[in-house]
Design a protein around this ligand. Structure first.
Ligand code: FA5
Length: 358
């Protein structure tokens, strides 16, 4: 029996060493260590041996079992690591890495800004979202108790004094005197930036100011409480409505990548005179009439007008010397038209099925 174990040891070690693949290794394992394998047969026959023989053969067979187990496991690992080295297929297509992308509102804002920049407008950043009553209303020719304040449902802030201390840090001395003791609010439009810019710059200039604005109103498919506007202001000695019409016609044609007619209708905003509502030819039907334009062929797109003399005065200019035009464009509404988005609330839904389409 002793000799038999030695003979199994030699044979098994040789076979493991020369074994060519995983399949034959598995066969060797079954042959020697399996339930009916050669070593088990020896261990099972221990009962027929004398006590003396059992003491020698039992441990010897068991230690060979352990040794073969280790050898087989090592050989197996050797095969597996060779296989993984050989299986590196450099022609396989790579794994697609998911990268982030811009939000549709950022895309449209960038596009709008690029068009105005190419028409020599300066892009002005910022302006406070927490605004004073003076800049949001008074300086824009909307005095207290003026019914036009009702056009803008306003979020008023409560802790005024604390907010004001923080806000005035960035202001000049003359600006500070205008806002002292003022009630604070979340700006309802970007037009306050007209005053802030005029206070610190000399004409002629042409600027666009993107910014976030807030309105305390019920939301629906075309109204949000928090949305984005682009304010445009051009002031000089002879800036007129013809300049304005050319610029916006060019702007919308470039934005929607097709020639679009623009229509100017009389409207009312206290900070412009005359005030205008601007319509563009329907981007879907081209003016024939469809569900988007409610069969009218036109889409209402923004408010505009010639800057009111009182507003020029509030900005520190002499209205007999300077004049200009201004308009305020809703970014979400433009993006909805351009990308055919049916509901404004989708922009802020965080729904990846929507966002990933851009
Ligand atoms: C204004 O806010 C004026 N400040 C625009 C202006 C500037 C007029 C300069 C004249 C001169 P209005 O409230 O109409 O106007 O808003 C301007 C644009 O913002 C609208 O045409 C629309 O596109 C968008 N808008 C208004 N309210 C909402 C809302 N609740 N949700 C989303 N977009 C809105």
């Amino acid at each position: 029996m002793n000799k038999k174990i030695d003979e199994i040891k030699n044979r098994a070690e040789g076979e493991i060493k020369n074994c060519a693949d995983l399949k034959s290794l598995e066969d060797i394992k079954i042959k020697y260590l399996g339930r009916k394998g050669e070593l088990n047969q020896i261990l099972r026959s221990l009962g027929d041996l004398s006590l003396e023989e059992k003491k020698v053969i039992g441990p010897k067979a068991q230690s060979l079992r352990n040794e073969l187990d280790v050898l087989i496991e090592n050989k197996k690992n050797e095969f597996l690591s060779k296989k993984s080295r050989n299986s590196l297929d450099v022609t396989r297509p790579g794994k697609k890495i998911k990268i982030g992308h811009l939000h549709p509102l950022t895309i449209i804002e960038n596009e709008i800004i690029d068009i105005f920049r190419s028409m020599s407008f300066s892009i002005i950043d910022g302006g406070p979202e927490v605004e004073t009553e003076y800049y949001n209303f008074d300086a824009l020719n909307i005095p207290k108790n003026h019914p036009a304040r009702e056009m803008h449902d306003t979020f008023w802030l409560q802790d005024n004094q604390k907010q004001l201390t923080h806000d005035t840090k960035q202001l000049t001395e003359s600006q500070r005197s205008k806002v002292k003791g003022q009630k604070l609010l979340l700006r309802t439009h970007t037009s306050p930036m007209q005053i802030r810019y005029m206070e610190t710059h000399k004409p002629p200039f042409q600027i666009v100011v993107p910014g976030r604005v807030f309105r305390y109103e019920a939301t629906d498919a075309s109204h949000e409480i928090n949305f984005n506007q682009i304010e445009c202001l051009m002031v000089g000695k002879d800036v007129n409505l013809t300049n304005f019409k050319y610029i916006i016609q060019e702007f919308f044609t470039r934005l929607f990548k097709k020639k679009l007619e623009v229509r100017l209708r009389p409207s009312y905003f206290p900070f412009v005179e005359p005030g205008l509502e601007i319509d563009i030819q329907c981007v879907k039907c081209g003016g024939k009439g469809c569900n988007i334009c409610k069969e009218s062929g036109w889409l209402e797109i923004m408010g505009a007008g010639m800057v009111h003399p009182n507003v020029l005065k509030a900005g520190g200019y002499d209205p007999r010397e300077y004049q200009g035009f201004a308009f305020g464009l809703g970014c979400e509404r433009v993006a909805m038209l351009k990308y055919n988005i049916p509901d404004i609330r989708m922009f802020y839904s965080g729904d990846l099925k929507f966002i990933n389409q851009f």
